[in-house]
Design a protein around this ligand. Sequence first.
Ligand code: SAM
Ligand code: SF4
Length: 328
Amino acid sequence: MAQQFEDKFCRKFSYLRLSVTDVCNFKCSYCLPNGYRPDGIKSRFLSLSEIERVVRVFADCGTSKVRITGGEPSMRKDFVDIIHSVAAIPRISKVATTTNGYRMEKQVEQWRNAGLTDINVSLDSLEPRMFRLITGENKFRQVMNGIEKAFEVGFAKVKVNVVLMKEHNAKELPLFLEWIKTRPIQLRFIELMQTGDMDEFFNKQHVSGASILNHLIANGWILENRSQNDGPAQVYSHPDYRGEIGLIMPYSKDFCSSCNRLRVSALGKLHMCLFGDYGVELRDLLQSDEQRDALVKRIRAQLNNKSVSHFLQDGHTGMTPHLASIGG
Ligand code: SAM
Ligand code: SF4
């Protein structure tokens, strides 16, 4: 194995978040409130062979976990082939996806058979009407059935992402806790992050995860140890619950100090951070296997530019218009 990707702050990168499409069929109020709009030029997302080349290079340089994301990754017709190809790459031991769950009920068995090891589903409310208000889609039952199906086909645990919103779901904590009492679900409350396209919504809906944290601590929840490939969530467990609670608080102090991930967008740009100012073109070096060394060199050169923090806390949102454009 080549030397592991590492930045000047000694952060080692073992986790790649790979976006495979910008397209999405939901209209989440904090992401694509007006739905996906093609940019006029027919976007050509990374092909299967480009995906294989980029993941192989990351795997050679210490990456062991890949999350396939988007937009909505399951909108890709070749999504199963993508999972299969990534899972077959030596040294990749975890292949995860983040999905809105729309296609899960029908397809999750194929995803698992192709080699998917971990699954995150976005579900911001347990009330069907609120779910519809947030996502613009009347698909609550379909997503819930998808989660049940994931257990049926053999996933031991499912992670569920909930973006915290003051007026929409902050009051649902008791409902969510009841839901995970008997189910092996890791519920991950994510603080709403401000992106370039969002201002008024953020000011109205942003709420800190601190009140949930206080509730957990006061009620006997215990912080679990973090392992190498874990994301930024602080995970809590409780002896009376089969499920767990994860808190993702990007506005908290030192959030970036344990950063272990790099990102590649669906158009083949390397992003050092979700909130960075620019992406670095990799695509011209993804056209043949002979370009491998040049690709490693270009990625390594960029690692020196990875910033110590996202500076979100100072109101900096970088160039990211919404997370669907870079794979949240
Ligand atoms: N379409 C898939 C989904 O929704 O799960 C994958 C892509 S989505 C961009 C990835 C995750 O980012 C989702 O869990 C979503 O809720 C979260 N997300 C999107 N915009 C966000 C924002 N502004 N703040 C916090 N989380 C956000
Ligand atoms: Fe689509 Fe995911 Fe963005 Fe919702 S959060 S609009 S499902 S990409």
